[in-house]
Design a protein around this ligand. Structure first.
Ligand code: NAD
Length: 328
């Protein structure tokens, strides 16, 4: 049996080799982002696995279908880069990745702590032998109320961590779950905005979560609110966030993701012209900490991403069912 892996990174190759040997399958590696022009490279493969940079549109899905591909897996948790509705319509089964939420939850806590302890400014000052401490007075998590938007795997782990720090935690989810209700208080969005010192985003990107952080919602938040986004850039209207920082309504921002990061993050563009003004402008604020979409990027997570990406396809092909199937 043969499957195709697009966007293979060097650090994934060892794990792919392990999977190919243990499952006795052939994996064709295509070190490119899947698109209409290179979909033919999957010829002869029953399944295709991608990472998050491949925009799997209806046209790409049609081409894969013509080639005999029956299933597609994304080695990421987010699957907003795949037209899942169309895939379902033409009978291509889709699965997403499954890895422990702890890596992203750890990273979320790091961005929170960096934001409330002014780490970026402290680091910059140290680099030029400026060891002054004015303006660097921080706040303690145990004295703060933190709002967690989205109480799935990552949000729920962040709640556990915050409890360990002694924070008061308020949670909002469109679909509250009983396990989380045992450990934290679900409230409506208005209460989150009114009462939280820090708001951290852990919802998927969907039509109803697109720009959920916008001018109107920021206006309702506490003065000096700290916003953390380790989910998807498009959950925030960047212009509204910039305005919030300029007016000092927002106290600090920690972003592992940003709107329109595609084609920029995970590339070395140090000698290129990068045309994303919002990203450059945000980065220069002393109270904005940005990373290049690496919250997921740990040894344990990469191993699981490859394993679930490959086994998802093999399950579809051999049993017709996969526990990580994404349905529209
Ligand atoms: P999950 O599916 O376990 O949880 C998502 C939660 O959001 C669920 O509880 C769901 O009920 C809730 N939700 C859905 N629609 C909502 C809405 N309209 N309003 C409020 N809540 C809503 O997903 P997860 O594993 O916790 O991951 C969350 C997101 O984090 C992913 O969708 C992905 O985009 C992002 N992510 C980012 C990275 C990174 O490296 N930065 C890594 C992994 C995941």
């Amino acid at each position: 049996m043969k499957i195709a892996a697009y966007e293979t990174r060097a650090d994934e190759l060892g794990y792919f080799k392990e999977m190919a040997e243990s499952l006795k399958i052939e994996i064709v590696h295509i070190n490119e982002i899947l698109c209409e022009q290179n979909a033919d490279k999957a010829e002869g493969c029953l399944g295709v696995t991608v990472l998050g940079h491949s925009i799997v549109s209806a046209e790409v899905l049609d081409r894969l279908k013509e080639l005999g591909v029956v299933c597609l897996s994304t080695r990421t948790i987010g699957y907003n880069h795949i037209d899942t509705e169309y895939a379902q319509k033409i009978g291509i089964r889709v699965s997403n990745s499954n890895y422990e939420p702890s890596g992203v939850a750890d990273f979320t806590m790091m961005l929170m702590l960096m934001s409330i302890r002014h780490y970026k400014q402290a680091l910059f000052r140290g680099n030029i032998n400026d060891y002054s401490i004015n303006g660097l007075q921080g706040r303690e998590l145990k004295n703060l109320t933190v709002g967690v938007l989205g109480s799935g795997k990552i949000g729920s782990t962040v709640i556990d961590y915050l409890k360990g720090f002694g924070s008061r935690v308020l949670v909002y989810d469109a679909y509250p779950n009983e396990q989380v209700r045992q450990k934290a208080q679900y409230v409506d969005l208005e209460t989150i905005y009114q009462e939280c010192d820090i708001i951290t985003l852990h919802t998927p990107l969907l039509s109803d979560t697109y720009h959920m952080i916008n001018r109107e919602s920021i206006c309702k938040m506490k003065d000096g609110v700290v916003l953390i986004n380790c989910a998807r850039g498009e959950l925030m209207d960047v212009e509204a966030v910039i305005e919030g920082i300029e007016t000092q309504k927002i106290g600090a921002v920690g972003l592992d993701v940003i709107e329109n990061e595609e084609g920029i993050y995970h590339q070395n563009l140090s000698t290129e012209i990068v045309s994303n003004r919002q990203m450059a402008y945000l980065r220069q604020f002393p109270n904005v900490t940005m990373t290049q979409h690496i919250a997921f990027y740990t040894d344990a997570a990469v191993r699981s991403m490859v394993a679930s990406g490959v086994s998802g396809l093999i399950d579809f092909i051999t049993t017709g069912a996969c526990k990580y199937e994404v349905r529209y």
